[in-house]
Structures are given as C-alpha cells and as structure tokens.
Design a protein around this ligand. Structure first.
Ligand SMILES: [Mn+2]
Length: 291
C-alpha cells in the first residue's frame, strides 16, 4: 500500500501540499485489528483521500480556501507484519514526528483503537491536554473481547492516562460503562438526545487550552453516514455537527485530531465524500482565526 504514489488530500497544487511548509499533516492509518462487526476500515483512509480529490477547495461559509494553510498527506502507515500493539506504537511515532515539526497531525482511519497513541503523543507536547470524543459509543469498557487495545476501550485508555474526557453524541452504552461513569467525575458525557435540544448543554468549561479531538464517524446519523461498522440511530446531522465543531474550535486550541471508522461500502460514495468534507471543515475551522 505504501509503495504506491501518495494521494494528496484535496489534490491541491504542489505548493499547498509541500511537506516542509504545510501546517497540517494528514496521516492515513489503515488500521483494522479489533473490528467486531462490519470489516473494511483498512480501506477507509484511501476512500477519504480519493473522495477529497473531487472536492472543491473554496469554503463558502469561511470565504477562503483552507488548503492554503498547507496540507501534506504522508504515505499510509504500513502495518504489514505488525501485531495490534506494534501497529498502535507506529501510529504514535508517526504522530510524534508531525508534532515535532510543529505541524498539526490529522489522522484518518482506520479503526478507533488507533487514537490512544496519538493522544499520548499530543500530551507529551501539551501537558494540560483534554480530549473531546465525538462518537455514538462510549468506548469506556475496560476491555472488549479479551483485548484492552480494542476500539471499544479506546476512551478507557484515555481515562487511564489521567486525561479529562468529554464525550459527545453517545447513544450506545453498556451497563459496565454506566457503572464506571458514576464513579468518574473526570468523564463527562453529552448524550445524543440532549444534543438534540442544542449545544448549550455542552460543559465547555471542561476544555483546557489544548484539546485533542477524536471523531468516530458513527456519531453522525446513519442516514447521512451509512458506511460505519456499527451504525446507531439518532445521530448528529451535518449542520448540527458543524455548529458544534465551530464552537469547539472557537473555545480551545485543537492540537491533534482524528477521523476514524470509515468502512467504505460499495455504492455508498456519499459516505466517503462526507468524511472528506468533514476533514476539510476541521482544517478550515482550525485555521480560520490564525491564518
Ligand atoms: Mn463508535
């Protein structure tokens, strides 16, 4: 996979994807180890890049072309021959390299278990880091199917690291997670049904100066985002999600992010296009204030 030429996100003119001058580096992470239902997340990153090459680069809402900040896409991480733990380690290393260059890492997945090492890497650079996790699922199980590295345990690992966590859009939660939540004041959840009344209920005061944002695409309503492994009804709609994201970027400095769990489906290219547009919106919101 990594031997083929790299598709640059947005297919911009050369100066805008230059590795040295870009302010964003996109890390394609085709990770798939603990997916439990629909398989295919390893094809997610390339589907996002392919769709992005068809995308217009002017943002009518922001009235500029976010690609101008420089968006470099590095070769897809090559997990061949690695076990799950080694693959996660490699994902963290790639993130750390980008942070060391002073760039914003934006990882495109790939299954959600990939988020923990980039979050750990971001915390090395920003000790006050908080995490905002947008997802249909809590992902707070101590382990799942015998693995502590599972996609269903990703946020539990964040809590283990002592990082304050805010989850948004959750509507699928196990009894074990509900018990855990009651004991943990460092975890806040804004349920999907609460969001339906607006974003005023989000506990913004919990965000610190620096935030890592992880977005599982299954947070979005399956009517708009069908191509996920475990769809849940009652999800976020496109403009509702954008309203919330705009506010997050206004209130905190996002220093790392990922968009995960795209599981491309034959004949459902709208999902790939949504994911690509979402990635572009994240870049636009992130740099609108300080371009
Ligand atoms: Mn999920």
């Amino acid at each position: 996979m990594s031997d083929s030429p790299v598709t640059q996100f947005g297919a911009p003119d050369a100066p805008f994807c230059n590795r040295a001058t870009a302010r964003v580096t996109i890390i394609p992470a085709p990770l798939e180890y603990s997916v439990c239902y629909m398989k295919g997340t390893e094809r997610g990153p390339q589907a996002i890049l392919d769709a992005s090459s068809q995308m217009e680069l002017y943002d009518e809402e922001l009235d500029w072309c976010p690609i101008e900040v420089g968006v470099h896409t590095c070769p897809a991480l090559n997990y061949r021959g690695m076990d799950h733990a080694a693959a996660l380690h490699a994902t963290g290393d790639a993130t750390r390299d980008v942070l060391q260059r002073g760039q914003l890492p934006l990882i495109i997945g790939g299954e959600h278990s990939l988020s923990a090492p980039p979050i750990a890497a971001a915390r090395e650079f920003f000790p006050d880091l908080t995490v905002v996790h947008i997802d249909a699922h809590g992902d707070l199980r101590d382990e799942y199917e015998g693995s502590k590295l599972s996609h269903a345990s990703i946020e539990r690992r964040v809590v283990d690291m002592g990082i304050p966590l805010t989850e948004i859009g959750v509507r699928s939660f196990s009894p074990e997670e509900a018990e855990f939540l009651k004991m943990r004041p460092d975890v806040a959840i804004v349920w999907a049904y609460q969001l339906n009344r607006g974003i005023a209920g989000i506990p913004w005061q919990r965000l610190s100066k620096h935030t890592y944002l992880t977005i599982d695409l299954d947070a979005i309503d399956p009517a708009e985002m069908p191509a996920v492994g475990t769809p849940e009804p009652g999800g976020l709609r496109w403009y509702q999600l954008l309203d919330m994201l705009r506010e997050i970027f206004r209130r905190t400095s996002v220093v790392g992010m990922d968009v995960v769990e795209l599981c491309p489906m034959e004949g459902q290219t709208r999902a790939d296009f949504l994911a690509a547009k979402l990635v572009y919106k994240l870049i636009g919101y992130r740099f609108t204030a300080d371009r």
